[in-house]
Design a protein around this ligand. Structure first.
Ligand code: SAH
Length: 369
């Protein structure tokens, strides 16, 4: 039976008004509503996914991103298969339950083969009593052809993140070179869903010229796409990109963009209810307790860094990225402490699929589950 909770009826105007909230009392009321929906639909537990940024080699030229093809100032790297496997073993032993493999975008056969083998090796090597099917594997390797997505799914990845960045056509066009299109992103998301991936998307918040109405439309898009996961974060200017000229403007609006990002998480929780929402690293780049705030505004997933420290500096999408020097062991302890301090708990040895994905599967014909 299709559930139609009252909040699914939130319309564009109501969402935009939530996003625009600035007064502390109004925002606290929004936060409390989002937190109560979160606890009701997903419970108090926070799921961890170890984040491995395994390569910064990228064929794209997104105008906001520090690892864009046109940035000559970055040293390009790719981790060896053995290093990736070591990260995966660390995740499994630390009780993370899931791993996210993220990289710049490439779609040549060599790269696809590399990712496919990495997924297979991780699935094979991380099986244990606590994880009978190995670590859950989430991929975030950009736009690919449907048959490439299929191969990665067959290798054992079961979740995929591909941010739409913004659903406003003119804004999307300003952020990307003309060969990167909104239509192509949409098609990729459709194909990921059709293949059977639990699919996640998201947007950047506080982009130059972005309006509350556009962000409200983004939220309605997430609902209409019936996504399982969301990863959204503040836009943070990078001096090594063509959008550096907006940097001063975004710095001046720092507090506003942080608040807007948190309002966006809360509004997403109220509208989508049972999806996984990540409290992203970019939130912490804006505020030392940004990720805890994200959890308190309705997020339930954290992605601790497990990328080897030696390459972390080479994966700076934006400035002020936190945790550049902490080794994975310290990241984990630090996060656990932070989560307990806000009255939530870590959910060990679990893939941490969204309740939404489980409910969606339950409504599907047997062979598609
Ligand atoms: N190539 C992969 C993943 C790398 S980028 C992919 O396409 O999915 C991951 C995300 O970082 C992007 O989707 C974008 O939303 C975010 N990002 C990039 N530059 C950023 C910036 N300057 N500020 C905030 N987020 C940024």
């Amino acid at each position: 039976m299709k559930r139609t909770p009252a909040s699914a009826r939130l319309d564009r105007e109501e969402l935009a008004a939530m996003l625009a909230l600035r007064d502390p009392a109004g925002r606290e009321e929004l936060r409390r509503r989002a937190e109560s929906v979160l606890l009701e639909e997903c419970g108090p537990r926070v799921a961890f996914r170890g984040l491995v940024e395994f390569s910064n080699i990228c064929r794209c030229n997104c105008r906001y991103c520090g690892i864009r093809r046109g940035n000559r100032a970055v040293r390009r790297f790719r981790l060896d298969p053995g290093e990736i496997l070591e990260c995966a073993r660390f995740c499994a032993e630390a009780g993370y339950g899931s791993i996210v493999l993220q990289s710049g975008e490439r779609n040549d056969a060599e790269f696809l083969g590399f990712v496919e083998r990495a997924v297979r090796a991780i699935k094979r090597e991380t099986v244990s009593g606590a994880l009978p099917s190995g670590l859950g594997v989430t991929l975030c390797v950009g736009e690919q052809a449907p048959d490439a997505y299929r191969r990665l799914f067959d290798a054992g990845a079961h979740r995929y993140l591909l941010r739409i960045e913004t659903t406003a056509p003119a804004l999307f066009a300003r952020l990307h070179p003309k060969e990167q299109t909104l239509a192509s992103r949409m098609k990729c998301l459709e194909s990921l869903k059709a293949i059977g991936f639990q699919t996640g998307t998201g947007v950047m918040i506080g982009l130059p010229g972005q309006t509350h109405g556009q962000l409200a439309d983004d939220l309605l898009f997430f609902r209409d796409m019936d996504v399982d996961m969301l990863g959204m974060g503040p836009y943070i200017a990078n001096e090594q990109t063509p959008m550096r000229r907006h940097a001063a403007g975004t710095r001046a609006r720092h507090a506003e963009i942080l608040e807007l990002s948190l309002n966006m998480i809360a509004a997403a929780r109220l509208l989508l209810r049972d999806v996984n929402i990540a409290s992203t690293t970019a939130l912490q780049a804006m505020d030392p307790v940004g990720r805890e705030l994200g959890l308190q505004f309705g997020a339930n997933v954290i992605m601790p860094q497990v990328t080897p420290v030696r390459v972390r500096r080479e994966y700076q999408l934006y400035e002020g990225k936190p945790c550049m020097d902490e080794d994975p062991q310290r990241c984990m302890e630090c996060l656990r402490r932070r989560i307990n301090a806000i009255g939530r708990e870590v959910c060990p040895d679990d893939w941490g699929d969204a309740p939404h994905a489980r409910r969606r599967r339950a409504g599907m014909p047997e062979k598609q589950r």
